[in-house]
Ligand binder design. Structure first.
Ligand SMILES: Cc1cc2nc3c(=O)[nH]c(=O)nc-3n(C[C@H](O)[C@H](O)[C@H](O)COP(=O)(O)OP(=O)(O)OC[C@H]3O[C@@H](n4cnc5c(N)ncnc54)[C@H](O)[C@@H]3O)c2cc1C
Length: 464
């Protein structure tokens, strides 16, 4: 394949920077464009959430890019969920019965900076900031960029154009609007939005609450979560209905109401939130939605990747991990085809076709799983049936580390299992577990061997 033809990547966020780095390492000529200022030199937020849950699929993708040594240094392990009850008591629910398995809290900005620093070391790659893609002309393979500071519009022609420009993708809009292909698109908003708040660091720079856990205050129709940051602070996220509920972003419209709400619902959190009212009144409310579309590509010339192709709600902590995994899967096909005796257009067509064939069903699956987990986190994690199920599952994972995997483990810790398979088996297994507990066929006195056999048999029956 001719590597001197220009590849344009729109969006230097998480997936765009990783894709650019990996392609440039292979020798391709990369023009990476980002609408925002350079987050490494300006004090801007990296967008969306401040920190993220980073797990095995993401780790695998970054290891393939050769940067995990650096990234490990900014990871804080979270070994499970620390559930905070209304009476301020807590209980810990490990993510896995396998002791060594955990997820990590990571700063979006720091991670993005590592990816960009590594990418910029390569001579065949340039990053242009404050360059916003307005549209892509699919027939001509040109992208139109606008720089708000200079007011200059630029037309960039490239052999291949990747849209890594997030949920509001300009490339995806162009694929939709230009009607060159039958392009399907759906966007499903949740009734809930989110607002980011914080816990400060302790005076000595330490943590005011447990560092190595993802904290959750599940309260039915709303929920608070907190993830640790390296500087001792926590990023706290409130998920709440936008409107049409007793407590909503619409009804919490005075400082007194906000304080009262936290006092009633999250009393132990409130104790360590000196800036609650100020942050609540200042920070924006974000919307949460699932985006699905098809096809991801246009005639072997353009490809949507990451959130641009499949934005998901954050309740499985997988959006970024899935976006990184996109790059892993894409490279499987780049490696397969790049040295074949075909012309460039034929090679990229094959790569995009096979990539999409594999990836679409898995991206759709994680989108569905994330919405399902929203209800689980909000409603079930503190529910007795769920707690019993979780305790029995941990027993099984501990006794059969190579044979039993909960749905959460399949999604989060099993990077060789496609999301669609994790969803199919995981949902059947969950159903089997809950039915068996409700019918009192299994309980805490059941031997692990019997537990394993009964759950497996019931799961197989449900799948059949
Ligand atoms: C509240 C919240 C919490 C989350 N928590 C987690 C989590 O715990 N774990 C997890 O795995 N995922 C999480 N996610 C999902 C995760 O943020 C996304 O899946 C991930 O950021 C996708 O990366 P991306 O690079 O595809 O898109 P983005 O991160 O959106 O990056 C797109 C980039 O393109 C740039 N851009 C946009 N438009 C243009 C344009 N027209 N021209 C040029 N550049 C453009 C943007 O400025 C940005 O830099 C969360 C999301 C939210 C909203």
């Amino acid at each position: 394949m001719d590597k001197k033809q220009k590849i344009l990547i729109i969006g230097a966020g998480l997936s765009g920077s990783l894709l650019a780095l990996r392609l440039a390492k292979k020798g391709y000529l990369i023009d990476l464009r980002e609408s925002r200022k350079d987050l490494r030199i300006t004090n801007i937020s990296a967008g969306k959430s401040i920190n993220l849950a980073f797990s095995d699929r993401g780790i695998k993708a970054l290891a393939l890019a050769g940067i995990m040594d650096q990234v490990m240094k900014i990871c804080i392990p979270m070994k499970g969920r620390l559930i905070h009850n209304l009476d301020s008591s807590v209980f810990f629910s490990p993510y896995s019965g396998r002791g060594d398995k955990h997820i990590n809290s990571i700063s979006r900005g720091d991670l993005n900076a590592i990816l960009m620093n590594e990418a910029e070391k390569l001579p065949n790659l340039t990053i242009t900031f404050e360059s916003e893609c307005k549209k892509v002309n699919l027939k001509k393979n040109t992208a139109h960029f606008y720089n708000a500071k200079t007011e200059i519009t630029e037309k960039v022609k490239a052999a291949i154009i990747f849209g890594a420009d997030g949920a509001g993708s300009a490339l995806r809009k162009s694929m939709f609007l230009q009607r060159e292909i039958l392009f399907s698109f759906s966007q499903q908003w949740l009734k809930h939005g989110y607002k980011e708040l914080s816990f400060p660091a302790a005076n000595n720079g330490g943590f005011l609450t447990e560092k190595n856990a993802l904290h959750i205050w599940p309260r039915g129709t709303y929920m608070l979560i907190a993830l640790p940051n390296i500087d001792g602070t926590f990023t706290v996220t409130l998920f709440l209905p936008h409107s049409d509920a007793k407590y909503s972003f619409e009804t919490l419209n005075t400082s007194d109401k906000v304080l009262q709400f936290f006092k009633e619902q999250f009393p132990d959190a409130l104790e360590i939130m000196p800036n609650l009212v100020e942050e609540f009144n200042t920070n924006p409310v974000g919307a949460l939605g699932t985006i699905k579309c098809s096809p991801y590509s246009y005639k072997g010339k353009t490809l949507l990747i990451g959130d641009a192709a499949h934005a998901v709600v954050p309740f499985y902590g997988q959006g970024m991990n899935a976006s990184f995994e996109d790059v892993t899967v894409l490279f499987k096909y780049i490696d397969k085809y790049e040295n074949k005796a075909l012309n460039n257009a034929e090679i990229w067509s094959k790569i995009f076709y096979e990539y999409e064939k594999e990836r679409k069903k898995d991206a759709d699956a994680i989108g569905d799983l994330a919405v399902e987990n929203y209800f689980e986190m909000r409603d079930h994690v503190a529910n007795d049936l769920f707690k019993k199920k979780r305790a029995l599952e941990m027993k099984l994972e501990d006794a059969y580390p190579d044979r039993y995997f909960s749905k959460y483990s399949r999604v989060t810790f099993n990077d060789s299992m496609p999301y669609s398979v994790a969803k199919k088996i995981g949902n059947a297994q969950d159903k089997a577990f809950l039915n068996l507990i409700e019918d009192d066929v299994i309980n805490e006195n059941t031997s692990v061997k019997e537990l394993f056999d009964k759950v497996k048999q019931k799961t197989d029956e449900i799948i059949a």
